[in-house]
Ligand binder design. Structure first.
Ligand code: UGA
Ligand code: MN
Length: 253
C-alpha cells in the first residue's frame, strides 16, 4: 500500500528547518507520496526549490487560508483551526488523481511533529481506520487510545473535552483510502468548535469510537510526538537592519 501524506505548511522563519527535518524522515519511508500544501496565494520559491531537491515523490499545491480564519501575528495559536483549507485541497487532489482501486492509506502530517519510522510500517496494514497515542499533546504525556487489546480500543486517555467523538490529535490516526473514497464529502471544516477538527473529519467518514482499530503494540508505544518549534523572533537582526548593517539579503534561511 502507498501512504499518501498530506502536510499543510506556511511561511515563517522556522519553515525550512521544520520541512528539512520532516523530509529527511520521509526519505527513509518507502512507497510514500508527500502532498505538500502551502498556505499561500502562490507557491513560494523556497518550498518549490526545497521539494525539487528533496529526493521525495511529492505533489506541491497551495491554497491561502481565508482572511476570516487566518491567525494574526499576535493571536494565541489556539484561537482558530489551522491547516484546514490546505488539507482539503490535498484531499481533493487525491480524489481527482488517485485511482479509487489504489491500495493505500491517508495520513495527515503537521510540518513540525516528530515521527518514528516504525509508525509508517504500522500504517500499511490498516483495514479501515486506525488510531494510536500521540505523545506530548492534550496537556498530557500522551493523548488518544489509552489501552487496547487485540486491536480493540478499551479506553481513551484524555483530559480536555473528553466528550469529543474522538479525543485524539491529527497525528493519531490514519485511514484506508477505500474508506475515504466511499465517503465523497469527508473533509475538514473551519466551522467546528475548538478541538473538534479531528472528530469532525473522522465522523464525516461515518466512524465511531467502536469502528477504529487500536494500533502500535496495542496502543502501548509512542511513535509520534506533537512537538512544536519555538518561534524565531530575530530581534537582533531587526536591530542591525535599522542600523544599516543587514545580513546578506540573498541568503535563504
Ligand atoms: C494541532 C494539531 O496537531 C493540528 O493538526 C491542528 O491543525 C491544530 O492543532 C489545530 O487545532 O488547528 P498545532 O501544533 O497547534 O497543531 O498547529 P500548527 O502546527 O501550528 O499547525 C498545523 C498545521 O497547519 C502545520 O502543518 C502548519 O504548518 C499548518 N499551518 C499553520 C498553516 O498552513 N497555516 C497557518 O497559518 C498555520
Ligand atoms: Mn504543530
Amino acid at each position: 500500500p502507498v501512504i499518501y501524506a498530506v502536510t499543510p505548511t506556511y511561511t515563517r522563519w522556522t519553515q525550512k528547518a521544520d520541512l528539512t527535518r520532516l523530509a529527511q524522515t520521509l526519505l527513509h519511508v518507502p512507497n510514500l507520496h508527500w502532498i505538500v500544501v502551502e498556505d499561500a496565494e502562490r507557491k513560494t520559491p523556497l518550498v518549490t526549490k526545497f521539494l525539487k531537491y528533496s529526493g521525495l515523490q511529492y505533489t506541491h499545491l497551495n491554497s491561502k487560508t481565508d482572511a476570516n480564519y487566518k491567525l494574526k501575528a499576535d493571536d494565541p495559536n489556539w484561537l482558530l483551526p489551522r491547516g484546514v483549507a490546505q488539507r482539503n485541497v490535498g484531499l481533493s487532489w487525491i480524489r481527482k488523481n488517485v485511482p479509487p482501486s489504489t491500495s493505500g492509506v491517508l495520513y495527515l502530517m503537521d510540518d513540525d511533529n516528530t515521527y518514528s519510522l516504525k509508525l509508517f510500517e504500522e500504517m500499511r496494514t490498516i483495514a479501515t481506520a486506525a488510531v494510536w497515542p500521540v505523545g506530548l499533546t492534550g496537556g498530557l504525556k500522551f493523548e488518544g487510545p489509552g489501552s487496547c487489546s487485540g486491536g480493540k480500543v478499551l479506553s481513551w486517555y484524555t483530559a480536555w473535552k473528553p466528550e469529543r467523538p474522538f479525543p485524539i490529535d491529527m497525528a493519531g490516526f490514519a485511514v484506508n483510502l477505500k474508506l475515504f473514497f466511499q465517503h465523497k464529502n469527508a473533509e475538514f471544516s473551519n466551522k467546528v468548535p475548538r478541538g473538534y477538527l479531528e472528530s469532525h473529519f473522522l465522523t464525516s467518514l461515518d466512524l465511531t469510537r467502536d469502528d477504529v482499530e487500536g494500533k502500535v503494540e496495542d496502543c502501548s508505544e509512542i511513535l509520534v510526538w506533537h512537538t512544536r518549534t519555538e518561534k524565531a523572533t530575530l530581534k537582533q537582526e531587526a536591530k542591525l537592519i535599522s542600523m544599516g548593517n543587514p545580513s546578506n539579503p540573498d541568503i535563504e534561511v
